[in-house]
Design a protein around this ligand. Structure first.
Ligand code: FEO
Ligand code: CA
Ligand code: CA
Ligand code: CA
Length: 648
């Protein structure tokens, strides 16, 4: 075992906190909890014992008497029935023996077979891109068409397109920014809704009246406390578009939720007099933006020329996959943050929606609907427009509390400068600072165990905020925290938490309990299937992948793992190509087809270099391996050669 510790990766802007609040962090909570126990037990041995328990979550949890009894897969299928695959550094996608893969809807695929064809030299126009699958697939869900077996053979696949790699999107790169380039980049963002069907053992895109692209320029509505007519949202142009659609959710009434994450990156200005407001600074808004430079060619994205346009972003957006003419609706009651997913569950007839705010030092939120959602729908009201938004506080002793973000309650008063509930929601991060939320190591996806309603959240990595649920400081590998809401009622305002697994390489951190069958870092995507398997997806940044200087040399390319939530056992199911992240999974109702999204293959990496207009294939040429082509994000279809349930 090496005593050398990896240095903290300094890559993504998400890894830089823009949270100046003095709120206690998870690390502080752990230290306090440790020192209190040490004082009680009168010695360092007890304290050290607690640290191990806190860090080795799965073991500690198995012995926790308040947890539900195990019971694997509801007795239906074994949870982990495959042999784990090895870590990989190759430019390929690997699945376990007995499984087969098919590439579906890579970037540029026409959303209807009759649509404009993909040009491998990236010469498709903006108008063509708007009729083709976008770039950088992220969150996804499969909505079955038909009941029974038919519903697992045909459905609407809805896929987010988080961002664009401008070196790969344009034939000549992005040194020069033009209006046509901005239009194409905007068209490559948003969401694809495609109808797919199973035919002759494989899946293909079908002609469909429901297929559509929602882009950064599609007309949208606003609903909830912040309306499109709000003075902070009014601008010359109609409200349009959704951007940086990262993780997702779906509702019990059959709609898709897409989440706007790093929306601040698209806006900038060359106006030397422009300065961010305190609220803009809290969201990381800056004159340089995230390097897209769209503001140089399109004043829509110029912070000085069009100051309200940015306030139209940062929301959860609801899309009806069965109604191609229905506008996407921004559900403002869910708050305005860098939303990483919106996981909906149901308790006592009410909807509960969990969402993470993915930036170092930011928070975990939940929305609890008012009253029965079926009654709300029958009255023509959206269950996502009426309810209470809460933010999480994690205490030293393993307890936690949901703090309401309601105008007039606690510090959120007119006297303290909060005008109304719309103001609280437009400045959600500052409201959460004010009530005393717990800072976290970059909250990403949240998943609810269908068998016992436990909630799991990936904390991908971070600076280690000196508290119990972020037990490592710094935290280059991330971990998964789990909580049980009081009485297993997801509408409760208190909970008990523990750490499910501490990710990382035991060679660098002896507290990690992983081995060659499951070593992983930077967990990001997270989802349960209906049997209760927990699917864990990783997003090791391209400046860390495979690098010893980052402590990532034994972890390989990004991967997909499966965990048994009761025993804590984890096995590696899939490894991805070079430079790629594994972003999401979706299932047919019979669980015999798994859809996996592979995002940004071939992006610039420290280990392999960077793509350029001259050589777009410098890092990866997955999945086409065309000597004149370029790497493309894609959905991968995975089935078993014996037709069985995936993972079992
Ligand atoms: Fe877009 Fe936080 O991942
Ligand atoms: Ca993510
Ligand atoms: Ca991530
Ligand atoms: Ca990412």
């Amino acid at each position: 075992m090496s005593a050398q510790r990896p240095v903290f990766p300094e890559v993504d802007p998400d890894e830089v906190s823009s949270n100046p609040s003095g709120n206690r962090t998870f690390g502080e909570v752990v230290e306090r909890r440790m020192s209190r126990r040490a004082a009680l037990k009168g010695g360092t041995v007890a304290a050290a014992g607690f640290l191990v328990a806190a860090q080795l979550g799965s073991t500690a949890v198995a012995a926790e008497p308040t947890r539900a009894p195990a019971g694997r897969g509801g007795g239906r299928h074994p949870l982990l029935g495959f042999d784990p695959v090895s870590v990989s550094r190759d430019d390929t996608l690997v699945v376990p023996e007995g499984y087969q893969t098919q590439v579906l809807i890579p970037w540029g695929t026409p959303i209807r077979p009759s649509g404009p064809r993909w040009s491998k030299d990236a010469s498709n126009s903006a108008a063509e891109q708007a009729q083709q699958v976008g770039m950088n697939h992220d969150g996804m869900h499969f909505f079955p068409l038909g009941n029974g077996r038919e519903g697992s053979r045909r459905g609407m696949l809805v896929v987010n397109h988080e961002y664009v790699d401008q070196q790969l999107l344009f034939p000549d790169g992005d040194e020069e920014m033009t209006t046509e380039k901005v239009d194409k980049a905007v068209a490559a963002h948003g969401v694809s809704v495609v109808e797919i069907e199973r035919r002759d053992g494989g899946w293909r895109v079908a002609e469909s009246r429901r297929a559509r692209r929602i882009t950064g320029d599609t007309p949208v509505d606003f609903s909830g406390p912040v309306r499109a007519s709000h003075p902070s949202l009014r601008a010359a142009d109609r409200p349009a578009g959704t951007l940086n659609n990262c993780s997702n959710g779906y509702t019990p009434w059959g709609t898709y939720l897409t989440c706007e994450e790093n929306w601040n990156n698209y806006f900038g200005t060359e106006d030397a007099d422009w300065e961010p407001t305190p609220s803009q600074a809290r969201y990381g808004v800056s004159s340089a933006g995230g390097g897209y430079r769209w503001h140089e060619a399109d004043s829509r994205f110029d912070l000085a020329a069009n100051p309200n346009e940015i306030n139209r972003f940062g929301w959860v957006v609801e899309i009806d996959p069965m109604k191609p003419d229905a506008k996407p609706v921004k559900r403002t009651a869910l708050g305005r943050v860098k939303h990483e997913g919106c996981t909906v569950t149901e308790s006592r007839g009410r909807v509960v929606a969990y969402t993470g705010d993915d930036q170092d030092g930011d928070y975990i939120y939940k929305f609890v609907g008012d009253g029965n959602w079926r009654v709300q729908r029958a009255l023509g009201r959206s269950p996502l427009d009426h309810g209470t938004l809460y933010v999480a506080r994690f205490e030293d002793d393993g307890n936690g509390e949901w703090l309401p973000l309601v105008h007039g309650r606690g510090p959120l008063t007119r006297q303290n400068g909060w005008a109304d509930q719309a103001d609280v929601l437009l400045r959600t991060r500052e409201a959460a600072d004010a009530v005393g939320a717990t800072r976290m190591d970059r909250p990403e996806w949240i998943a609810v165990n269908p068998r016992n309603q436990d909630v799991y959240c990936t904390l991908t990595n971070g600076s280690g905020w000196n508290n119990a649920v972020n037990p490592r400081k710094p935290n280059p590998y991330g971990h998964i925290v789990r909580w049980t809401e009081k009485r297993r009622d997801n509408t409760s305002t208190t909970f008990e938490w523990d750490i499910f697994v501490l990710a990382g390489d035991p060679e660098y951190d002896p507290a990690v309990e992983l081995d060659e069958t499951n070593v992983f870092g930077s967990p990001d995507g997270l989802a349960f299937d209906e049997d209760g398997r927990l699917w864990i997806l990783t997003d090791v940044s391209n400046s860390s992948q495979n690098l010893p200087s980052r402590g990532y040399d034994n972890i390989g390319n990004n991967q997909l793992l499966v965990a048994d939530p009761d025993t804590g056992e984890i096995r590696r199911f899939l490894t991805g190509p070079r430079g790629a992240e594994i972003t999401s999974v979706a299932f047919t109702p019979d669980q015999k087809t798994l859809f996996v999204n592979v995002q940004h293959p071939g992006e610039a990496t420290t280990a392999w270099g960077a793509p350029s207009p001259e050589n777009p294939r410098a890092v990866s040429n997955w999945p086409d391996f065309d000597p004149e082509g370029r790497p493309r994000s894609a959905t991968v279809v995975i089935t078993r050669t014996d037709g069985g349930v995936i993972g079992a």
